[in-house]
Design a binder for this molecule. Structure first.
Ligand code: BES
Ligand code: MN
Ligand code: MN
Length: 458
């Protein structure tokens, strides 16, 4: 088999330059202002797949942004890997906190700074370049299909229908995704589960108009105050979520699983230092790693109302708003949790205000097996290129499509990500290590080789 380390080394400058071209396209799916850019990005992904040697490349329309498909079938009797990634990115806001413009990639201290550098353009593109190298060296060990979507960051709402309508075209033996992180560059890990998501926006209305806070203050409910009290009541003194029935379907981990989680390297002091916080916080009875991976959460993602401009304005606002996310774990159902939230939140509203709860996108949690052929192939590939066996670790983020692959196509996913939790995805100054980008390209061909070999044996 080719020496992929050498091959990557030969082509690395070109690979980075090509990634930079993609990073310059502001494919923000959440903001309609970027519609033309998102579409331009889809076309660029399709072109890169074609250039690398993919066939039947198609920019498939959906009611939202298109899904880019491409494939290389070398032999119908060989196994087929479906590679999934996303070409859309989160908004770059707040822009003034970036030390260089979000869509003008630069390398600083060995890291590529740009929105999407890690999540997920950089990680998705590793698969395109690994594919190109395998094609060039005439060593594609299995069939590969690519499905790269443009609405992951807004909930993949058109994906389930696409999967159902394209069962034949998407037929495969497993799904391979690089859209997660590892523990550290010298502690490779494979993500073995993701949390689900329920996301709601709440609107609290007090008086029918903004009022003078002196003339009316003290006699009328202030919706911002009320919203804060309502939100505060959603957790008790042990940071347990108080919504009735919220934990009903949560699968509690056994002692063995908890021991395994505790065995994975984690330095809490360093975690606090790196975030510049004086203490961690979370549900009583669970460790930080458990709180951020296998336990559900409830967090305010944004809150506003009243006057937030320069200086002081004395006003008692008419309305207050918040965006609230709940990360879910097996076997919580996002629709059921959204309903529980809505019922509870409406029930705790005092008579002095009106409350409206508007659900946004959601997603099912997922666990991926560690005894599968695809997990073993990923573990062997990482061991080969990192010189160390990867650690299995549950992830705290969400990729709702993983549950859909299983439910609609009956496919298991392996989450072989190369990012780091400290890459600041979704935040200002998102970055991705050049080491990680190149290591990913080097590792992926070994995944395909091990997968094909293990499948032949099984
Ligand atoms: N790639 C992330 C998910 C992720 C990041 C998983 C790091 C594990 C480790 C993905 O792009 C993402 O951001 N997903 C959203 C969910 C979606 C429904 C908006 C998330 O987790 O907030
Ligand atoms: Mn992602
Ligand atoms: Mn993301």
């Amino acid at each position: 088999m080719s020496n992929y380390k050498e091959l990557v080394d030969q082509h690395k400058d070109r690979f980075i330059n090509e990634l930079f071209e993609l990073l310059r396209i502001p494919s923000v799916s959440a903001d309609p202002k970027y519609k033309e850019d998102v579409l331009r990005m889809a076309a660029a992904v399709a072109a890169s797949l074609k250039q690398a040697g993919a066939e039947n490349v198609e920019v498939c329309p959906t009611p939202g942004y298109p899904i880019v498909y491409g494939e290389k079938i070398v032999d119908a009797s060989l196994p087929t890997v479906l590679v999934y990634g996303h070409y859309d990115v989160q908004p770059a806001d707040p822009i003034d906190l970036w030390s260089s413009p979000p869509f003008e990639p630069v390398i600083k201290d060995g890291k590529i700074y740009a929105r999407g550098s890690c999540d997920d353009k950089g990680q998705m593109f590793m698969h395109v370049k690994a594919f190109e190298l395998m094609m060039q060296s005439g060593a594609l060990p299995c069939n590969i299909k690519f499905m790269i979507e443009g609405e992951e960051e807004v909930g993949s709402s058109n994906l389930d229908a696409f999967l159902a309508a394209n069962r034949e075209r998407l037929k495969a033996d497993c799904v391979l995704v690089s859209d997660t992180s590892m523990i550290a560059n010298d502690i490779p890990s494979i993500t073995t589960g993701l949390r689900g998501l329920s996301y709601v926006e709440v609107e609290v209305t007090g008086p029918n108009r903004d009022l003078h806070s002196g003339v009316y203050g003290g006699g009328v409910a202030n919706p911002v105050n009320v919203l804060c009290e309502m939100i505060a009541s959603l957790k008790d003194g042990n940071k347990k979520i108080t919504i009735p029935g919220f934990y009903a379907d949560v699968i509690e981990l056994g002692a063995d699983e908890r021991r395994l989680i505790a065995a994975a390297p984690f330095d809490e002091k360093e975690y606090m230092r790196e975030l510049n916080i004086g203490a961690v916080e979370g549900e009583t009875g669970y460790t930080t790693v458990e709180r951020t991976s296998v336990r559900p959460t409830l967090d305010v993602n944004g809150i506003w109302g009243g006057y937030t401009g320069e200086g002081a304005k004395t006003v008692l606002p008419s309305k207050a708003y918040a965006k609230i996310s709940m990360r879910l774990v097996p076997n919580q159902d996002p629709d059921k949790i959204t309903e529980l939230f809505k019922t509870h939140f409406e029930s705790i509203a005092p008579a002095s205000v009106k409350v409206e709860v508007r659900p946004h996108h959601g997603g099912h949690p997922a666990v991926t097996p560690v005894d599968s052929v695809e997990y073993q192939a990923a573990a062997l590939a990482m061991e080969q290129t990192f010189g160390k066996k990867p650690v299995p670790a549950r992830g705290g983020g969400s990729i709702p499509i993983v549950a859909s692959f299983e439910r609609i196509l009956g496919l298991k996913t392996v989450l072989m990500g190369f990012g780091l939790d400290t890459d600041d995805i979704h935040s200002p100054n998102e970055h991705y290590g050049v080491f990680n980008f190149l290591k990913g390209i080097e590792t992926i061909p070994y995944f395909h080789a091990h997968y094909a070999a293990l499948k032949k044996r099984s």
